[in-house]
Design a protein around this ligand. Structure first.
Ligand SMILES: [Cu+2]
Length: 128
């Protein structure tokens, strides 16, 4: 009678250790998410970048999502070539973290009339 009891005790102890490891993993994941850059979304819909103009703080990640069935790109205008996405199909994302201040005009290489701009300013409100 005493042997099965010890076995049960050892098993429940093992379970407690596993639960602690899982909790530590969740805590590590959420703290790394909290420390990561905040994200601002730009939609690509009906052959337009929406919003067409945004202002973000340095360190902000901008994430473009294509909602059109037509492929689009996010490509820097001029010589900078900061932004250079591949062709994005429906529901594809493209992300870029803006580290320094500046004005980043971009367009779609497939439809050059699609233009937009990201302003990066130290005073800009942090995204939630
Ligand atoms: Cu396009």
């Amino acid at each position: 009678m005493s042997a099965p009891q010890r076995w049960t005790t050892a098993r429940s102890g093992h379970r407690v250790v596993l639960a602690s490891i899982a909790l530590a993993a969740v805590a590590a994941l959420s703290s790394s998410l909290a420390a990561g850059p905040s994200t601002v979304d730009v939609d690509i819909a009906k052959f337009a970048f929406v919003p067409k103009e945004i202002t973000v703080a340095p360190g902000t990640r901008v994430r473009w999502t294509n909602h059109d069935e037509t492929p689009h790109t996010v490509t820097s205008q001029g010589a900078t070539k900061v932004l250079s996405s591949p062709g994005m199909d429906l529901d594809d994302h493209f992300e870029f973290v803006f580290t320094g201040e500046g004005d980043f005009a971009y367009f779609c290489t497939v439809h050059p009339m699609m233009t937009a701009i990201v302003h990066v300013r130290k005073g800009a409100a942090k995204a939630p």
